[in-house]
Design a protein around this ligand. Structure first.
Ligand SMILES: C[S@@+](CC[C@H](N)C(=O)[O-])C[C@H]1O[C@@H](n2cnc3c(N)ncnc32)[C@H](O)[C@@H]1O
Length: 269
């Protein structure tokens, strides 16, 4: 495991609602505290579909990683803003198809760090590593990731549900630019992000409620802003869409619904 920041498990404050744990609550996990559940429920009052939206994000993760491994031949992943381990983490999906896949996770939540062992349970043919770092510190992430990933070969950069915690638009753009600049041609960029596209007033009210109590503050963005993050890359069909409409599997019951979480996947030419 690679650690470079001063985020220690001891820094965990159960009284301050935190995104990784609220997300875990919506996903049906057990790694959350009462304070997280209170905010999770408050947000759900504004956005009754928030649980569907969170689960649609995870379903996008699964479908996109499957596509990347099975169809695009990707064997290396850099997953920033990992979240607490849940079902179908990136390494599990990738290694179920190609056990030799190598995955580096990065997150700055102390609780994610305490669970990192679960994220490091790699298939023996492959490898996993966990970096305790802030997404803004791309140099630290890239330097540490080089111990596990070969940056001369394609890497899929996963930024799912993380750029919304980078409030400054320029900073969010820089993270995308710096990570995609570090990977070679044939690499991919996957992004999922909550938007104002569906029920904008309710979404804004939910975000305001979140920002009163939970950490870190959240920023919702438009599809148009999301599209700018893929500039210079080949955006795969169906483009930037609500997660449920990104290549749904036959019989998927959520395929016809629109959720706040939008996503896209692009290839670096
Ligand atoms: C909503 S969860 C998303 C988890 C996972 N990527 C997914 O899509 O299911 C956001 C994650 O980003 C992490 N995070 C938030 N801000 C961060 C930052 N500045 N640097 C690193 N990680 C951050 C949180 O700790 C949390 O684990």
């Amino acid at each position: 495991m690679t650690g470079s920041s001063d985020h220690q498990p001891g820094g965990l404050d159960a009284d301050v609602p935190h995104t990784a744990r609220i997300w875990n609550y919506w996903l049906g996990g057990k790694d959350n505290f009462p304070a997280d559940r209170v905010v999770g429920d408050q947000v759900q009052q504004f956005l009754p579909d928030i649980v569907t939206s969170a689960r649609a994000d995870r379903a996008f993760l699964k479908r996109s990683v499957r596509f990347l491994v099975a169809d695009a031949g990707i064997r290396q992943f850099l997953d920033v803003g990992t979240g607490l381990p849940t079902a179908d983490n990136t390494h599990q999906v990738a290694q179920s198809i190609a056990p030799e896949s190598r995955i580096v996770y990065a997150d700055n939540d102390p609780l994610v760090l305490t669970h990192a062992r679960a994220l490091l349970a790699s298939a023996p043919e492959g490898a996993t590593d966990y970096i305790d770092a802030d997404a803004r510190d791309t140099e630290t992430i890239l330097t540490a990731a080089r111990a596990t990933l070969d940056f001369a070969r394609p890497v899929a950069v996963m930024l799912l549900g993380i750029l919304n915690f980078i409030g400054d638009d320029r900073e969010a753009h820089d993270i995308v630019r710096q990570l995609t600049a570090a990977v070679p041609s044939g690499s991919y960029l996957a992004i999922a992000h909550p938007t104002t596209e569906i029920k904008p007033a309710e979404s804004a009210a939910a975000a305001a409620q979140w920002n009163e109590t939970a950490k870190p503050p959240i920023t919702l963005r438009s599809k148009a802003t999301m599209l700018t993050w893929f500039d210079g890359l080949e955006l795969l069909e169906p483009g930037v869409v609500t997660c449920t409409r990104w290549r749904p599997e036959p019989g998927d019951p959520t395929a016809g619904t629109d959720v706040y979480q939008f996503c896209g996947l692009a290839r670096k030419p």
